[in-house]
Design a binder for this molecule. Structure first.
Ligand SMILES: O=P(O)(O)O[C@H]1O[C@H](CO)[C@@H](O)[C@H]1O
Ligand SMILES: O=c1cc[nH]c(=O)[nH]1
Length: 255
């Protein structure tokens, strides 16, 4: 653990909480802040905006990762350096299966490592998986709040606008992958290697074979189902952390 101000996220041990919610978008940090009490902004440097506050008495940080595995890896490492023990990504994704609707949550139980950051750490036979205990608490939280959710594999990628993206999506869709994002695999692998508990909840902002740019623009404009999906993923992550705090007080899973 380090008392030093971390060079990118600009947080130190005194800002630390055991739990951190990691959106990609810095603007989402502001919206998470609305769910917290006694919340204060810690820093906003590059793509990393951070706040700390309380939810049902549990101290929780929210720190944006920016887009992609490279900046996510930096955030995970620096949060680990100041002592954060568990991290839940709340992201947006494009669905890869019909039947997954805008605003539905995808809870990722394993990620295809189609990105470079995790491979810089370890060979790609190493699995990108969440912590089982935290995954179960996320699923329970979504179920208890009656949010629409799907549990399955995600594909994390580095490049959004390649000429082959439709074919690549079709390839992974046929193999049962539920959705695509850019950060989950790096979070799972780097967090796993560092002994950090991780999970990832993705809000569906593009339906399968929907219009990628139009639907993401709607999301940025804060419209309807996808904005509700964001609130649902925030509440799911917060409740999972509350459950984790209470189970550790009661001698729960120490893995
Ligand atoms: O909304 P966030 O969390 O940034 O997640 C998704 O959105 C970005 C692309 O639009 C990528 O970062 C992707 O993973
Ligand atoms: O299709 C999508 C939508 C959001 N984010 C992605 O990575 N892919």
């Amino acid at each position: 653990m380090s008392n030093h101000l971390q060079p990118h996220i600009r947080c130190s041990e005194e800002d630390m909480a055991n739990y951190a919610i990691l959106p990609g978008d810095p603007q989402r940090v502001e919206r998470i802040k609305e769910f917290l009490t006694d919340a204060r902004e810690i820093a906003f440097n590059r793509e990393h905006k951070s706040v700390v506050g309380y939810y049902k008495g549990v101290r929780i940080m929210a720190v944006s990762t920016g887009m992609g595995g490279a900046s996510t890896g930096i955030a995970v490492e620096e949060l680990h350096n100041i002592g954060v023990k568990a991290m839940i990504r709340i992201g947006s994704c494009g669905a890869l299966q019909t039947g997954i609707r805008l605003g539905d949550l995808i809870i990722v139980n394993g990620a295809v490592r189609d990105e470079g950051a995790s491979k810089a750490y370890i060979d790609d036979i190493y699995p990108a998986v969440p912590n089982t205990d935290l995954l179960n608490k996320v699923i329970d939280a979504a179920k208890e709040q009656k949010f629409p959710y799907h549990v399955g594999i995600g594909r994390s990628h580095d490049s959004f606008y390649t000429d082959r993206e439709d074919d690549i999506d079709a390839y992974w869709a046929k193999r049962g992958v539920l959705g695509a994002d850019m950060e989950t695999a790096a979070l799972f692998v780097i967090g796993g290697l560092r002994g950090v508990k991780t999970a990832s909840i993705l809000n569906t902002v593009v339906e399968y074979e929907g219009n990628l740019e139009d639907e993401i623009n709607q999301y940025v404009d804060g419209e309807n189902a996808v904005s509700d999906g964001e609130k649902k993923e925030i509440l799911t992550a917060l409740e999972a952390f509350v459950a984790m705090e209470h189970s550790s007080e009661n001698g729960g899973d120490k893995s």
